[in-house]
Design a protein. Structure first.
Length: 134
């Protein structure tokens, strides 16, 4: 197999993600979904371990970044210090508006309408993203 790299592991990460999607779409039981989610988490752990060996980041860094993102992107749930809000927005529309505002503020200015759509997306998913932005 050779040395493991982020690039050499991409196909396995994608395969596991598609297996999760298939498990959900086919209505498989929770035990199967739990197993497939564990396989995705294993891929995350492997990538983090490779990065740690190179001295670039650790799994803890990934988890802290995710935690900070969840707090930042969900001001309707969390205060800036990460504690829970006492009350929540009244409507889903209000939640979506707040979510969109936070994502827009985080994102660098786009130079075109399709910037930021990953090239690696499967063709149909990529086409849907293009249509959503058109």
């Amino acid at each position: 197999m050779g040395a493991l790299t982020h690039a050499s592991l991409v196909e396995y990460l994608l395969e596991e993600a598609f297996e999760v999607a298939e498990t959900i779409e086919t209505g498989a039981d929770d035990a199967e979904l739990r197993g497939e989610l564990g396989d995705v988490l294993l891929q995350v752990v492997l990538h983090a371990r490779l990065a740690e060996e190179r001295g670039t980041f650790t799994f803890d860094d990934v988890a802290r970044g995710l935690s900070a993102k969840m707090v930042r992107r969900n001001p309707h749930v969390f205060r800036p210090d990460g504690t829970l809000q006492e009350s929540f927005p009244a409507t889903v529309d209000e939640i979506v508006r707040k979510w969109d505002a936070v994502k827009t503020a985080e994102r660098p200015e786009r130079t075109g309408p399709f910037e930021g759509i990953p090239d690696a997306l499967p063709a149909l998913a990529k086409a849907q993203k293009f249509l959503d932005r058109a």
